[in-house]
Ligand binder design. Structure first.
Ligand SMILES: *Cc1c(COP(=O)(O)O)cnc(C)c1O
Length: 388
């Protein structure tokens, strides 16, 4: 480190140099990210609340009220009037908190000491972290031929040590929606915590349903659902890192609270201690600004873009993995290995990502990918297909 101070001008020259090496969402060439450019109004609120620390909410009562308001607003489209939870550091922290609550309650109420959780093969890898950190055995359920979770397979894996079942509403790789209603019934019959991971789908499915898309139920209207992860920093257009965890009632949060003696509050239940208030303020701003109509419009636009891309790649001779349910399109070329195809697309300056189950090119139609980018992508895919 430098001993003498360096001028602001010099510092920013250097920072700009490094930043110029980053990809930018606004270029429209990042195809494989579930995050996107934060809405301008969210950026503005974020900066205004930079110093607020929700780890010590007694000092930031106003920001705490904002966080509560955000949870209530999210609850209003997830069929719960008074959710209990937090705006946290992304979907991973949210999922770990949910599984921790399930484990602690099962331990205290049923005396389970060697717990297990049941997750679909399509579940996000954050559940591997959760199982490792919380010392729970992970039982993975294989998907059926259409990459869908079969609820009866879940039933077969339940035993006396099961502390939680996880269902996903909008899988990370393919945007599939698990049969949450069936999982809810199974969870209720067996008195097991059902956690729904809607990190990706939580800010789109409810709005698509509202404007007439026939998507399945996945929220607190299903009695077995005890917690839901929903990430403002994905389809909610909030800045990174904004995750959300909502519980059905206070009992769950209590089960993961520890004493926090030197703070202005007595208990803390998040994994991290000092934590941003800025993300809550930013999420508040963008949610108010867009309203349900705004999110419905964005979700529809993204889904329309996905359907447009899916139809186009099919016409070019590519094979879709599944018809898109949400704004993710996964495909392969019948004559190419996925990795080789990925390389050819990368060569044309696109940032691609591949799914693992099955192996495929995976394009997430986030808000930063506009029609003109898709048209350009299709033209490149046409060239690639014609050159082999
Ligand atoms: C993105 C994602 C996560 C993890 O969220 P982070 O914000 O990256 O921690 C968890 N579950 C699903 C379904 C996701 O799509």
């Amino acid at each position: 480190m430098n001993k003498e101070p360096i001028s602001e001008e010099e510092i920013f020259k250097e920072l700009d140099f490094y930043q110029s090496q980053d990809c930018k969402y606004s270029d429209g060439r990042i195809l494989g990210s579930m995050c996107t450019q934060a809405h301008p109004i969210a950026q503005k609120a974020f900066i205004q609340f930079l110093e607020s620390n929700l780890g010590d909410p007694g000092l930031f009562k106003g920001t705490k009220a904002i966080e509560d308001k955000v949870l209530k607003m999210i609850g209003s489209f997830l069929s719960i009037e008074n959710p209990v939870g937090h705006i946290v550091t992304g979907g991973t922290e949210a999922n770990i908190m949910a599984i921790r609550a399930a484990r602690n309650i099962a331990r205290d109420e049923k005396g389970i000491s060697q717990g297990e959780i049941i997750v679909p093969q399509s579940a996000h890898f954050s559940f591997k972290k959760a199982s490792d950190i919380l010392n729970l055995k992970l039982r993975e359920i294989v998907l059926d031929d259409s990459y869908q979770l079969d609820a009866s397979f879940v039933e077969d894996e339940i035993n006396e040590n099961t502390v939680a079942i996880v269902g996903v509403a909008g899988t990370t790789e393919l945007g599939m929606i698990d049969p949450i209603e069936e999982l809810s019934n199974i969870a209720l019959e067996n008195n097991i915590h059902l956690h729904v991971d809607a990190a990706f789908g939580g800010f789109s499915i409810p709005f698509l349903k509202e404007i007439g898309y026939g998507l399945p139920e996945f929220d607190f209207s299903l009695k077995g659902v005890k917690s839901i992860t929903v990430d403002p920093h994905k389809m909610g257009l909030a800045p990174i890192p904004a995750g959300g965890i909502l519980f059905r009632n206070e009992e769950y949060l209590d089960s993961i609270s520890v004493n926090s003696p030197y703070l202005t509050i007595k208990h803390q239940s998040t994994i991290v201690g000092t934590r941003m208030g800025a993300t809550s303020a930013a999420t508040f701003a963008v949610m108010k600004y867009l309203g349900k109509d705004g999110y419905a419009r964005l979700a529809k636009e993204s889904l329309d873009n996905a359907i447009f891309l899916a139809e186009s790649v099919k016409q070019l001779g590519y094979e879709l993995v599944v018809e898109p349910k949400l704004n993710i399109v996964a495909f392969n070329h019948p004559k190419l290995e996925t990795d080789d195809l990925a390389q050819l697309i990368e060569k044309r300056d696109w940032k691609v990502s591949c799914s693992s189950c099955p192996k495929a090119i995976r394009v997430i139609l986030m808000n930063h990918i506009k029609r003109e980018h898709i048209v350009e992508l299709i033209s490149d895919l046409k060239d690639i297909s014609e050159s082999i």
